[in-house]
Design a protein. Structure first.
Length: 225
């Protein structure tokens, strides 16, 4: 993503701060939209356009921490940078624990602001890359039958063939056949590559496996289905 296409939302109730940050970021090549409070931002910002948000942690009405939570609730997947004043370190730490990528103390140093913005967009790019891998892996798993996917899920959980067979109510030999089919359909030559696809698509949760298979199949007789 070129700098010129990177959008930064500035949410601060102080006009002087908004204008100062706008000037600095615009000069560096960023696109900037200014908002005077959290409510205006939530009502006016396009949550589907990739961007980052610089949010004042203390604002009248909805403060920065509340806005951060509301952004998550409403699906604003923007990296957040919080702007803090004196005595706001505890709130800044809370914001970081909630996922903010950085916090900037006012008055802020020019380089710190630019570094924070770049960090936010690196996180945004990494998230887009991860989602792309997830989408690709999910598409790959679409080539499998339900049973083949279940077997791959069990293998991704680290279970041996006998455990998977027992929980699914099939034989260990059938598990081996399904495993071979998975390798062929995913077009991989080693099992590690098959596991990477499984993990990217969200398979491999032992807790979910136990809920979906172990209890309901615990007493089912083994078959060769």
């Amino acid at each position: 993503m070129e700098v010129e296409s990177k959008l930064v939302h500035i949410v601060d109730d102080e006009d002087a701060i908004r204008r100062s940050l706008d000037f600095l970021l615009s000069t560096a090549g960023y696109r900037v939209i200014r908002w005077e409070n959290a409510e205006a931002f939530l009502n006016g910002a396009d949550k589907y356009e990739p961007a980052c948000a610089m949010i004042d942690i203390r604002m009248p009405g909805m403060d920065g921490l509340e806005l951060q939570r509301e952004m998550k609730r409403q699906g604003f997947n923007f990296p957040v940078i919080v702007l803090t004043g004196n005595g706001d370190i505890t709130m800044a730490v809370t914001a970081m624990q909630a996922g903010a990528v950085d916090f900037i103390e006012k008055p802020a140093e020019r380089q710190h602001i630019l570094d924070a913005a770049e960090k936010a967009f690196r996180k945004l790019a990494a998230g887009a890359e991860r989602r792309s891998r997830e989408d690709w892996a999910t598409t790959q798993l679409g080539h499998l039958t339900d049973r083949e996917r279940e077997v791959l899920d069990g293998l991704a959980c680290g279970y041996p063939n006998k455990t998977i067979a027992y929980d699914l109510g099939i034989s260990a030999r059938t598990v081996e056949v399904y495993r071979a089919n998975v390798m062929t359909k995913l077009e991989v030559t080693n099992f590690a590559d098959a596991l990477r696809i499984a993990f990217a698509a969200g398979l491999g949760s032992q807790h979910r496996w136990s809920e979906e298979h172990a209890e309901q199949c615990r007493h089912a007789p083994a078959t060769d289905q």
